[in-house]
Write a protein that binds this ligand. Structure first.
Ligand SMILES: [Zn+2]
Length: 234
């Protein structure tokens, strides 16, 4: 049974209660809920957040088989603009394949590594497909259907984004589309699976719980995901 979760509150989130009895491990801020901040991203919606250099954060698939579209922009000047962003083309150029291994980075269109992948419990993601977008659903007769492009634009409005046409190409976390094929099931992540990044510079990050509910994708049911941000140790 799914329990309704407040959609805007910052929640304290414990991954594994059995671990809270043990002393926190200094090198792993995620081992204690006291050292993290959790935001639940409601099913089929988006969320954006700022991280400073050195911050680690996780994107968690709470219920399994839920794709999360992911984008990030550098926030290195006093006035934020949408100009320097994580680019899948630049990232593919630097990787040996189309999925970063732990230790590899997501690169920006200024040819800088902005985020380093520091943990990954799935290792199956996509950096070739675009985000689902309003017109995709309109062509299926589903005008007004939520989309990742719309979700990201909505979440990034406070950062100056005015249209879903301004989004970047996404890193599609937990999306299983090998050989550029949408055939078959998209998801192979299980409840609690996550990817973890370290910000190599100040950044604004946006995510979307993919609302694509056609053809059994996203496990046949769109679900909440979580963003967990570790507090930086002073
Ligand atoms: Zn989507």
């Amino acid at each position: 049974m799914r329990v309704p979760i407040p959609i805007t509150e910052e929640l304290s989130f414990t991954f594994d209660e059995s671990r809270t009895a043990s002393p926190a491990i200094p090198s792993d801020p995620f081992s204690s809920s006291a050292s993290t901040t959790t935001h639940i991203v409601p099913a089929a919606h988006g969320y954006s957040f700022r991280v400073s250099k050195g911050t680690r954060f996780r994107i968690i698939d709470i219920h399994g088989e839920q794709v999360v579209d992911f984008m990030a922009w550098a926030h290195t000047s006093p006035v934020f603009t949408l100009t320097e962003k994580v680019s899948m083309a630049y990232t593919r150029f630097h990787l040996s394949g189309v999925t970063p291994a732990v230790g590899e980075c997501l690169w920006t269109n200024r040819d800088r590594p902005l985020l380093r992948l520091t943990a990954d419990t799935v290792k199956v993601h996509d950096m070739t497909f675009m985000s689902c977008f309003p017109e995709l659903y309109e062509k299926e007769g589903l005008k007004g259907h939520r989309s990742c492009a719309g979700n990201i634009a909505e979440a990034m409005e406070k950062w100056g984004m005015r249209s879903h046409l301004e989004i970047a190409d996404p890193f599609n976390i937990f999306q299983n589309t090998p050989n550029y094929s949408l055939k078959g099931g998209l998801g192979c992540s299980r409840p609690g699976d996550y990817v973890e990044f370290e910000a190599l510079d100040d950044a604004v990050v946006a995510v979307s719980s993919c609302p694509y509910d056609l053809g059994g994708f996203n496990g046949g049911k769109i679900t909440d995901v979580a963003v967990v941000i570790a507090k930086k140790s002073k």
